[in-house]
Design a protein around this ligand. Structure first.
Ligand SMILES: Cc1cc2nc3c(=O)[nH]c(=O)nc-3n(C[C@H](O)[C@H](O)[C@H](O)COP(=O)(O)OP(=O)(O)OC[C@H]3O[C@@H](n4cnc5c(N)ncnc54)[C@H](O)[C@@H]3O)c2cc1C
Length: 455
């Protein structure tokens, strides 16, 4: 296989002798690794299939038109590309060759001394892949765009529809999964529809706006304390969200979701169906497992050693959603959340540098910062290590935590000002229907590649 050409060698002579750390994935964990290695005596290459870092916790705000794409994503080159020892390459890693210490992307192989895998997770439909196009997940920007596009198109069509049954169908949304992402999406979509119907759509009725939240578990936010689940459920219901808890999705067909539960079978008809139910580690986990024999858990996460390395391969680490890290005081694996991903990324970078100096650092200790979910305007629930907050107090903590966590200053300022503007005006600024092929150039969006004409 062709190897990467010399232009990708570091321009500075001194750097050529430095150990080469390849980081795959510039999400929460990978970005933290890069930040911690910036300016240190190592060559770093960050490879990501996207040219930006995405702040997934606010995807629901893109899906519901509260903020736009660029408010929750920042170009990797701007974030870490200016460090002289960090090189960023766009490409999807498709293979790892641990024996040769090489990764493969863009049909070429690339050598590393140390490899940090931080490729995160995707969505799973538990073996029912045919549901994916019918009920988009919410993992990347394009998914959020698609959810917004489907809902807004349905409302536009409803505005021109005489048949009341068809209109009600077009104004119905089903959200599958009542974890934080599902609750946040459902709460935001019902608010969007109520506002839109009251102010922007003259023919639609508020009573026809319907958001149904479905989950096989008997309560929303099942990983949080029971009183917080109850508070969130009450708030969602008060806002108009219909809860179908203890009900399992049996099938999804175009415009239709069949459910089963203790009370029997039922069916929902909805123009917009969204899926926030299943998470599965990036497929690089399975790939590396086949190459090294490293175990993976049920979610496809690599079962790593206390220093996040792969058994038998101290030079390969896996961090963030890709790894199953069970070396906690309680023995329960780290949750698939931003906090553990960032903390693990920072620790691994420090450990790499320490080993290069022949030193050791204190073992990894996770600081559990708790979890939270925003359920509606001014209303969030927060479980901060046993300290429970609901309502406005929860919202303030949620807003401050998210503003502190978002890695880009420009985005922090943009989000803060947009949230304040919405609170003052109740206006959503990002309700655009974009990306329709009939409104485009006639080429598949994103697939255009410049070809140099023959001499
Ligand atoms: C809708 C939603 C809401 C969430 N809300 C919260 C929340 O409120 N609080 C919280 O703590 N957590 C939340 N999470 C979870 C949190 O976002 C994840 O735990 C976190 O993103 C994991 O970080 P990571 O670095 O492992 O992966 P990611 O942040 O997902 O980054 C993975 C990166 O790897 C890249 N990549 C993937 N495969 C390849 C490949 N083969 N080659 C090259 N690059 C690749 C991707 O492009 C991406 O940039 C939420 C997640 C979602 C989806």
């Amino acid at each position: 296989m062709e190897r990467f050409f010399l232009e990708l060698e570091p321009p500075e002579e001194a750097m050529r002798a430095w150990p080469h750390v390849v980081v795959v994935g510039g999400g929460f964990a990978g970005l933290k690794v890069c930040n911690a290695l910036a300016g240190e005596p190592v060559r770093v290459t960050l490879i990501d299939k996207r040219n930006f870092n995405l702040f997934q916790p606010l995807l629901y705000q893109v899906a519901s038109g509260l903020v736009s794409e660029a408010d929750v994503a920042s170009p990797l080159r701007q974030m870490v590309g200016n460090a002289p020892n960090i090189q960023i390459l766009l490409g999807e890693v498709t293979d790892i060759q641990p024996a040769e210490r090489r990764v493969v992307f863009n049909d070429r192989s690339y050598a590393y001394d140390q490899l940090v895998l931080a490729t995160g997770s995707g969505s799973t439909y538990f073996g029912r892949e045919e549901w994916r196009p019918l009920a988009p997940p919410m993992k990347i920007l394009e998914h959020a765009d698609e959810i917004r596009r489907r809902l807004l198109m349905a409302l536009e069509e409803a505005e021109q529809t005489v048949d009341p049954h068809q209109r009600a169908f077009l104004q119905t949304v089903v959200v599958v999964g009542a974890g934080p992402a599902g609750c946040e999406l459902a709460g935001s979509l019902i608010e969007l529809m109520h506002r839109a119907v009251r102010r922007d759509f003259k023919q639609l009725r508020r009573e026809d706006c319907r958001v149904v939240l479905v989950d096989p578990v008997e309560r929303v936010l099942p990983t949080m304390a029971a009183p917080l689940s109850a508070a969130a459920a009450a708030h969602l219901q008060g806002a108009g969200v219909e809860l179908r808890l203890g009900q399992k999705v049996e099938t999804i067909a175009p415009g239709r979701v069949a459910l089963s539960g203790a009370a029997g079978a039922s069916e929902l008809e909805a123009a917009t169906i969204c899926w926030t139910a299943g998470v599965r580690a990036s497929r690089l986990g399975r790939l590396l497992s086949e190459a090294t024999g490293c175990a993976v858990d049920r979610g496809g996460r690599l079962v790593v050693e206390p220093d996040f390395s792969i058994p038998g391969h101290p030079e390969i680490r896996a961090v963030g959603d890709l790894c199953c890290y069970g070396h906690t005081p309680e023995g329960t694996p780290l949750p698939g959340m931003a906090g553990p991903a960032v903390q693990a990324g920072g620790w691994v970078a420090r450990d790499i540098l320490a080993r290069l100096r022949g030193e050791t650092i204190a073992p990894f200790r996770w600081l559990d910062l708790g979890s939270m979910a925003v359920i509606g305007p001014w209303y969030a629930v927060a479980d901060l290590r046993g300290w429970h907050l609901t309502g406005l107090a929860g919202w303030v903590v949620w807003a401050l935590a998210h503003l502190a966590f978002i890695p880009d200053t420009e985005n922090r300022i943009a989000l803060f000002s947009k949230w304040m503007w919405q609170i003052a005006t109740r206006q959503r600024t990002a309700l655009l229907i974009t990306g329709r092929p009939d409104q485009h150039l006639g080429v598949d969006v994103g697939l255009f590649r410049a070809v140099r004409p023959p001499a």
